[in-house]
Design a protein around this ligand. Structure first.
Ligand code: NOJ
Ligand code: CA
Length: 560
């Protein structure tokens, strides 16, 4: 194989390029499961700080930190009790500053997670709202209503929370509050100017500390029209999602983001934002516009099968959407909410609904009950995952990677009920396995109590097979997934000299081939039969290791 020696990144300080985000590789850290600096079993900022070299060697352009704020962990930290502090179990503000400085010194930007749809029920505002009683200004920061039924003993509506069960919870004086997610995550009232002002304060708080960008949780659900009478669940489902739906993807949410945009643009370089917005494709550009958040996640590849036709359609439609908004597209195969892609691709098939559409979180079912894990073809999953990742990293736009995928890590199916943490598991009474399997602490070494994660145990159990995926082992193995990711990220800067993509017809339904500026080419073989490449092609990267041919379920990069 044409050996590429990854050269150390010459730029050790941040460039002043305001469009750094357009084609960035952003590495998602789930802080509680990345590295444990003080040995209490929970990942922390000290742990991340001790692994800054690892991140720099990997070659990422930015890290996105999932919530590290004070939280009772009813939803893995997405239940925030204080938006302007660090959970004492994770660190201190001084350590946060130190981490930002260390990352910046290695040329790595920092993105933090903002959770504006709901607070934790332990947030000072919510405690005061409960204490202050009905009709109070404190309750106006949330969404409180009287119940239905003769004595208000029934919830105001039959709406369901995303995690299962009623979307309303009753407090002692009999009123009910809305929670679209867990009971411990009361929805905020975005009609209240105080709520708006407080989030501006939060954005400035982190931007002033040097944070470069923000990932906005549930960006499509903040504003609501709760004019009485409230519709029933059945009625809600019939209302088109065209910007006027009472709960989802309302046009007026962009008034909030226009205000945030002014905040972002008051910094030099402007702070960036990416929306987590599960909305119809046609409405994604509204979030990705430069006047709004500027970029939006595209989860299409994450929901797709390992399939050439699906991948090609997704790329074409998302590049078109990005062009509409003037933003760049985003690509993601794994994150903290879904079954890791190495595992998804190694399972027999994907679940679909009656219309043939892939169902969200496909793969979960196969991992239910332990037995199904035996159906997993680990090697095939990893082979396909590497092929898909090199395909994704070759595309124009920014790539979001999730911690552990660079090791080819699989989902952990085998977690005892009493060790599970995800509210989806509990609220669905175990019928949904939940998201803990992709949140198990990383293996840094092949030996030791928690595979080098920390001095002692890990807060979720790590299986014995984690040893095979340890950073320590993969780092010295040129054929490992980690080595492949490192080479790809080192080469990627040259491949990303512009944002154009052109398809080359391959004469095969199961092979995709495209060009990038300067004459780079990416070829992915989704089938099983080899695809020949021209003699003399300068193959600089190959997920199978072969350079004269594109093997089944593999990708090659051809340099000019
Ligand atoms: C999306 C986050 O990614 C997920 O982890 C969380 O449970 C929900 N938003 C609610 O905040
Ligand atoms: Ca710790």
């Amino acid at each position: 194989m044409a050996q590429h020696l990854a050269e150390p990144n010459a730029t050790t300080i941040l460039s002043d390029d305001a469009s750094w985000w357009r084609q960035a590789v952003v590495y998602q850290i789930y802080p509680r499961s990345f590295a444990d600096g003080n040995g209490d079993g929970i990942g922390d900022l000290k742990g991340i700080l001790s692994r800054v070299d690892y991140l720099a060697d990997l070659g990422v352009d930015a890290v996105w930190l999932s919530p590290f704020y004070p939280s009772a962990l009813a939803d893995g930290g997405y239940d925030v009790a204080d938006y302007r502090d660090v959970d004492p179990r994770i660190g201190t503000l001084a350590e946060f500053d130190e981490l930002v400085e260390a990352l910046h010194a290695r040329g790595i930007r920092v993105v933090v997670d903002i959770v504006p749809n709901h607070t934790s029920n332990l947030h000072e505002w919510f405690r005061r709202a409960v204490a202050a009683g009905r009709g109070s200004a404190e309750r106006e920061r949330y969404i409180f209503r009287d119940g239905s039924g003769a004595n208000g003993e029934l919830p105001p509506t039959d709406w369901l929370s995303v995690f299962g069960g009623s979307a309303w919870e009753r407090v002692d004086d009999g009123q009910w509050y809305l929670h679209n997610f867990a009971v411990e995550q009361p929805d905020l009232n975005w009609s209240n100017p105080e709520v708006r002002a407080d989030f501006v304060k939060t954005l400035r708080f982190w931007a002033d500390r040097g944070v470069d960008g923000f990932r906005i949780d549930v960006a499509h659900m903040l504003t609501k029209d709760l004019t009485e009478p409230l519709p029933s669940r059945a009625e809600l489902e019939l209302i088109p999602r065209d910007g006027k739906h009472p709960l989802i993807d309302r046009d007026d949410v962009h008034e909030v983001y226009a205000e945030w945009r002014a905040v972002f643009n008051s910094y030099d370089p402007p702070r960036t934002a990416v929306a987590e917005a599960w909305v119809d494709s046609a409405r994604v550009p509204l979030y990705a516009r430069p006047e709004s958040l500027g970029q939006s996640f595209n989860f299409d590849l994450l929901l797709a099968d390992f399939d050439a036709a699906q991948f090609r359609d997704i790329v074409t439609s998302n590049l078109d959407l990005a062009a509409l908004s003037g933003s760049s597209s985003t690509w993601v195969l794994s994150n903290h909410d879904v079954v890791r892609h190495a595992t998804r691709y190694g399972l027999p098939k994907t679940r679909r609904d009656e219309s043939g559409k892939t169902l969200e979180k496909a793969g979960n079912d196969w991992l239910l009950g332990g037995g199904a894990e035996s159906q997993l073809d680990r090697e095939r999953g990893e082979r396909r995952a590497s092929a898909a990742t090199l395909f994704l990293l070759g595309l124009p736009g920014s790539a979001y990677l999730y911690q552990g995928e660079e090791l080819g890590l699989h989902e952990v199916a085998d977690i005892a009920d009493e060790q599970r943490q995800d509210p989806t598991f509990f609220r669905s009474e175990g019928s949904e396995i939940g998201r803990d399997g992709c949140r198990v602490p990383l293996p840094w070494s092949a030996h030791g109590a928690s595979f080098g994660f920390g001095a002692d145990g890990a807060h979720l159990p790590q299986p014995g097979w984690f040893a095979e995926y340890a950073v320590e082992r993969e780092e010295v193995d040129p054929a490992s997934t980690l080595s492949l990711y490192r080479r790809a990220l080192a080469l990627r800067h040259a491949l990303q000299s512009g944002e154009q993509l052109g398809w080359i017809e391959t004469g095969r339904d199961d092979v995709l081939r495209f060009t990038r500026p300067g004459g780079w080419q990416v070829v992915t073989n989704f089938g099983s039969e080899d695809y020949p490449i021209e003699d003399g092609a300068n193959v600089v990267l190959s997920s199978s290791g072969a350079t004269d041919v594109v093997r089944g379920e593999s990708t090659v990069w051809i340099a000019p």
